[in-house]
Design a protein around this ligand. Structure first.
Ligand code: MN
Ligand code: MN
Length: 315
């Protein structure tokens, strides 16, 4: 028997049976004793176009049932060295975005009283702002790896300053980030102006447009990011719309010309060595994902993220 929680094996209970937790891990009531806690944030009231991400955590958990515990290609064995569990869902207020963001921040502050790495299952991207507020309270200004089609640096949307499209401008203004250690990867699409991304580059954010990455392997990019960030506490936020809609159509604001799934895997694997203190996977929208493929991709992206966390044993 391992001293660490193990996902229920598909040879012990059929993969389509049982409770739906992330990777069939046990449920934990609190983060006490955990190295990694998966946290559902079922929310879509911060979105500007298609909704549906409120169903993201459920569907990602369901599709995660097929993932086996060992990463055969990289040798990562996260469950041999980290105590992992599913912490269930945060009880947001679906009638109030402002209240929901406050609830998320309080929930994370409580979690972070323990030395746990929280991994959020979203949920729309607005959830990342209160998470960063809680994380920065504990760790100070953070390095950030942000994989996304969008820079999410609008000033306001319909006069609202806290939406899924304004997160990283607020985080910058509030001093939650070290701008020179922020990396935004996969940016593309149309803009409100032709210079939508350039202001953030002026703050010091490092940006890689998707078009500069087309047809290229991304393992070297990961290494470049690791060298730039060093061992600074780093938050890793992965917006599923960074991927091309042919790989991940089930999302609220799809943009053509995105990353491929192999590129995403190369990028994440190349980030091994970062001092990741938290992460999330956002913007999976099951109502726009009739085949379940986007949630499947999202679940596997989360497993890749888990596989590079500090302390993971490699075989
Ligand atoms: Mn986003
Ligand atoms: Mn996006």
């Amino acid at each position: 028997m391992s001293e660490f929680n193990q996902p229920v094996s598909g040879n012990d209970l059929a993969r389509f049976a049982g409770l739906q937790t992330f990777m069939r891990l046990p449920v934990a009531e609190t983060a006490e004793g955990l190295d990694v806690g998966f946290v559902g944030i079922p929310m879509d009231i911060g979105t500007s176009w298609r909704s549906g991400t409120r169903f993201g955590p459920k569907q990602v958990r369901q599709e995660s049932a097929m993932i086996r515990p060992y990463n055969i290609q990289t040798g990562a064995a996260p469950f041999d060295s980290l105590q992992c569990a599913d912490l269930g869902d945060i009880s947001i207020n679906t009638f109030s975005l402002a209240d929901s963001l406050a609830i998320i921040q309080r929930s994370y502050e409580a979690l972070l009283e323990h030395p746990v790495i929280p991994m959020g299952l979203g949920g729309d991207h607005s959830m990342t702002l209160p998470i960063l507020r809680a994380m920065a309270k504990k760790h100070g200004p953070l390095a950030l790896v942000h994989v996304d089609a969008h820079a999410d640096v609008n000033d306001e949307m319909f006069g609202e300053r806290e939406t899924h499209g304004t997160v990283f401008r607020r985080a910058y203004e509030e001093g939650l980030l070290v701008p020179s250690k922020v990396w935004q990867i996969g940016l593309r699409g149309t803009g409100y102006t032709a210079e939508d991304f350039t202001e953030a580059a002026g703050w010091g954010f490092n940006q890689r447009l998707a078009s500069s990455l087309w047809h290229k392997p991304l393992d070297n990019l990961g290494k470049e990011i690791v060298e730039s960030i060093g061992d600074h506490p780093c938050y890793f936020t992965y917006d599923i719309d960074s991927l091309d809609p042919s790989f991940a159509p089930g999302t609220g604001t799809p943009e053509i010309g995105g990353l491929t799934t192999p590129q995403a895997m190369q990028l994440i694997r190349g980030l091994r060595g970062l001092n990741i203190v938290g992460g999330d996977l956002v913007e999976v929208s099951p109502p726009y994902d009739p085949s379940g493929n986007t949630a499947l991709v999202g679940a596997n992206i989360m497993f890749e993220m888990l596989s590079i966390l500090p302390g993971v044993k490699y075989r």
